[in-house]
Write a protein that binds this ligand. Structure first.
Ligand code: CO8
Length: 373
């Protein structure tokens, strides 16, 4: 089995920021419009008035302060409350492929590679723009890669699950250099009109170069010591949008056709699962959690990550041990742990250990144990 490294990452950051204050202003304007439109039914007691959102709640409950989005105007329009994208002709690069190509090119440049060096592209994301042809194949063509390409979706764990497929392909010799790319346009499937979740997500794209150690030339390389994936079915994070909706005569705009969750249950159930998963993965590699110099965790909720770190290394875990990016990016689904890795892997020395770990819908958990070369 050949040694495998993560030799570079790339990040596409959308051009627009929405602060919590802007988000809450738009949401509360929408609430006022709705309550005015239904004032009579509310007065007759036939309908509950919608409740306002608040910046204080969002920051206290989640740690999120702002998010990046591909389109801001549509999201903040109180008569619309979701992004507005122009439909593209078939011969134009699709939107998800466009942001993916940007992140891939940056990752390849950082790895000292070109598209011609890539022999597999895995597009791993929690929402895919179309059924087929696979976005990954479009990305493969746009960057000039050879080999093969495919899409996959394991919600928030898509990146780590994709990395394991890439690592296995390189280890076994079926590929030498694999790009794992995570275009997350979460704004397209977030219910911005639901105060329980309207603040949670942001858009972004990350890309990771996974290659044989023998061919890697980047200055900053991370040997993959192990990967571990786990899933356990749960309805607590669910989206029923799908290709059978038409045949079911279902309402395409019904609430269950966008993201919904039982946030408190997710919090309580996933924290112990993620901590136990990381601990047992490290144990299998004869590594103690306290030996790890950095944890690049999934970025859904500040409190979740603090609990996980407390369970792994005790109450005195310094904040720098598990860097936070959700304050600026919000939850970017599968890209979150990769953004943390991208932005916060400096300052470590050869031999230092790190863990990338994602967790989310499915439930799904994926961990990648790394050693700096
Ligand atoms: N403003 C003011 N008050 C609010 C708001 C708001 N915006 N929202 C809710 N409240 C109220 C509630 O109504 C409730 O009131 P009451 O006590 O009177 O009933 C009170 O505040 C407390 O509400 P919660 O119990 O819901 O608050 P929590 O403290 O649990 O915080 C969180 C809510 C932040 C959602 C928290 O539970 C959490 O982060 N949980 C973990 C969630 C998580 O990790 N989910 C992972 C999902 S991501 C994933 O898997 C990928 C999916 C694919 C991507 C999809 C892209 C769209």
């Amino acid at each position: 089995m050949r040694p495998v490294v993560l030799s570079a990452t790339g990040l596409y950051r959308p051009p627009h920021v929405i602060t919590n204050a802007e988000l809450v202003t738009a949401f509360n304007a929408w609430v006022a419009l709705q309550n005015a439109a239904h004032a009579d039914a509310i007065a007759r007691g036939e309908r509950e008035p919608l409740q306002a959102s608040s910046v204080e709640f969002i920051e206290k409950a989640s740690g999120i302060r702002q998010r990046y989005v591909v389109d801001k105007a549509g999201v903040l329009d109180p008569t619309r409350m979701y992004p507005k994208f122009a439909e593209r002709p078939d011969d134009q690069l699709s939107l998800m492929a466009e942001i993916a190509v940007d992140a891939c090119r940056k990752a390849l440049a950082a790895a000292g590679k070109t598209g011609a060096d890539v022999d597999a592209v895995i597009c791993a994301a929690s929402n895919l723009q179309r059924a087929y042809p696979a976005l990954a194949v479009e990305i493969q063509q746009a960057i000039g890669a050879g080999g093969y390409a495919f899409d996959m979706n394991v919600a928030c764990s898509s990146a780590t699950f994709g990395i394991e497929q890439a690592v296995n392909a390189v280890r076994s010799g079926t590929a030498d250099c694999v790009l794992v790319v995570n275009p997350e346009i979460t704004s397209g499937h977030l219910e911005w009109r639901d105060r329980d979740c309207h603040f949670i997500f942001g858009d972004v794209c990350t890309a990771t170069v996974v290659e044989a150690a023998a061919t890697a030339t980047a200055a900053d390389q991370w040997e993959v010591l192990g990967t571990r994936l786990a899933t356990q079915f749960s309805n607590n994070i669910r989206n029923n949008f799908g290709f059978l909706n038409r045949s079911e005569d279902a309402d395409p705009l019904a609430r269950d056709k966008t993201f919904r969750q039982e946030g408190r249950k997710v919090f309580k159930e996933v924290v112990p699962m993620a901590a136990a998963h990381i601990e047992s993965h490290l144990h299998s590699l004869a590594i103690a959690p306290s030996d790890v110099r950095r944890y690049w965790l999934h970025q859904a909720n500040l409190g979740m990550n603090q609990f996980i770190m407390r369970k792994l290394v005790g109450p005195d875990a310094p904040a720098e041990l598990a860097p936070l990016i959700l304050d600026t990016y919000a939850n970017t689904s599968s890209a979150g742990s990769i953004i943390a890795f991208h932005e916060h892997r400096g300052g470590l020395c050869a031999g230092d250990l790190g863990v990338v770990c994602s967790f989310g819908a499915g439930y799904s958990i994926g961990s990648v144990v790394l050693r700096k070369r």
